[in-house]
Every structure is written in C-alpha cells, then in structure tokens.
Design a protein. Structure first.
Length: 94
C-alpha cells in the first residue's frame, strides 16, 4: 500500500488507478483509521461495463476520505517525492 502522500503523487503524475485508492483505503483501515467513506472505498468493486464511473467514484471517495479524516494534502513536489521514494523502496525490497 502506498502512503497518502504517495497516492497524491501518483495523482500528480497521472499514474493513479482505482485499485490504488481501494488498496489505500484497506491499508488505512488496517492501521486503525476509520470513517464512513473509508469503509465505502475499501469495499468498492470493479464494474467492467462502467470503468470510467468506477475510477471516478474511487477518486471522489478518496477525496472525501481525506476530508473526513482531516488529512492534509501535500504539495505536488512532496507528493511526487513520496511516490518516487516508496516505489524505489518497493523495488529494493523486491
């Protein structure tokens, strides 16, 4: 799971997928965070006939989670750096 900062970095770079948001939500719940939108997002299911709507819903729920949990959006530079750092760490760890 990518951190919240890294998710914003993926958004900034245009590399985000609905599954990234869903994985993030599941990870946040495992870490003890809880909110209505976080639960909804973690259970969002892919609909192949509504691919665009699926991504849009995941993105909207993510941003609602950020608000609900009072998380601060990082600067674009900090977000991209977090994404790059976490991706490099994943590569090193295998």
């Amino acid at each position: 799971m990518y951190s919240t900062k890294a998710i914003f970095g993926k958004q900034e770079l245009g590399l985000i997928f609905a599954e990234d948001y869903i994985d993030w939500a599941g990870g946040m719940l495992k870490q003890g965070h809880d909110s209505t939108y976080l639960r909804i997002l973690s259970l969002l299911k892919k609909s192949t006939s509504l691919q665009r709507d699926y991504f849009q819903a995941a993105a909207e729920y993510f941003h609602e989670c950020v608000k609900e949990l009072n998380l601060e959006a990082p600067t674009p530079e900090a977000a991209v750096l977090a994404y790059a750092s976490e991706t490099a760490q994943k590569i090193v760890n295998g």
